[in-house]
Design a protein around this ligand. Sequence first.
Ligand code: PLP
Ligand code: COI
Length: 345
Amino acid sequence: MSTAARNDIDWGNLGFGYIKTDYRYVCRYKDGKWDEGGLESDATITLSECACVFQYSQSVFEGLKAYRTEDGRIVCFRPDLNAKRMADSATRLEMPPFPEEKFIEAVKMVVKANEAFVPPYGSGATLYLRPFMIGTNPVIGVKPAEEFEFRIFVTPVGPYFKGGAKPIVVKISDFDRAAPHGTGNIKAGLNYAMSLYPIVKAHEEGFAENMYLDPQTRTKVEETGGANIIFITKEGNLVTPKSDSILPSITRRSICYVAENYLGMKVEHREVFFSEVPGFEECGLCGTAAVISPVGRIYDHGNIINFPAGMEEMGPVTKKLYDTLTGIQMGRIEAPEGWIVEIDK
Ligand code: PLP
Ligand code: COI
């Protein structure tokens, strides 16, 4: 049996914020190899002022969640795909890939050590894991570091968008989040640094997120600052944008599988022109943090696209996808082979 959740945290009212937990996993790379790695209690990092991460942003990260199931187990959702994507991100930024098996062991170790911070089943909160890797030795000429730190900390979180499953309004951004042939397809901190100015502006204007178009032609839908996008057609098909400059979302790939194999839907993973969007029936953002967040309205420089389900409720097909995906994640619905990893095992 797992340890119960702490009773001094108001689980039902958590936002998406950082709460310091007891342990983090740390593994260091030096002289061409990773050390043994293990749990540490110090949440701070002390580095040279000239560390590559500070000067040249050599930093990649991941995001995944641990859940309590109805029958009291603690599980993670597809950590093997986070391990693989982090290795891809590291390779693109000239960092040594963290061994994928060791990544999964580290996930289990850090969740187990912080078990009391895994929110209760049914509370609406989950434990968010943030694996990350940084270049740590001093570098002043532009070149990769030779020493690195891989860490995973955990923090309990509530919904990413205020209002939980209520539809949000997004705006078409005047900025690009990625360049053609750039780093949009990996999870590098630098992609998020350049989205900070646009997201602050969007929030000031009252929008929940920025929807980015393709940086080359500005005619195709890419993704938002922190999530991929799904659309539902009038025929009830799932459409998701395909692009080399968006992050290959694990949630989106899982939703496509669920749509096809659990709900019998047709799935179209293809280029999506922005001019098609007014013809879609439903729209949502998907990601680990966003789960599936319905979009009720898109604002495009004075033109407004309203989706038929309105601003109060998730559209019916989005809701079915949401219920099936979260049912699998929380152990209510049988998962495809290998999707659910138990922490105690
Ligand atoms: N796109 C961006 C830019 C993201 O930051 C995220 C979050 O991880 C996603 C998409 C969703 O990816 P995933 O479903 O793997 O969490
Ligand atoms: C995630 O969903 O894990 C992310 O990294 C998105 C981020 C905007 C919180």
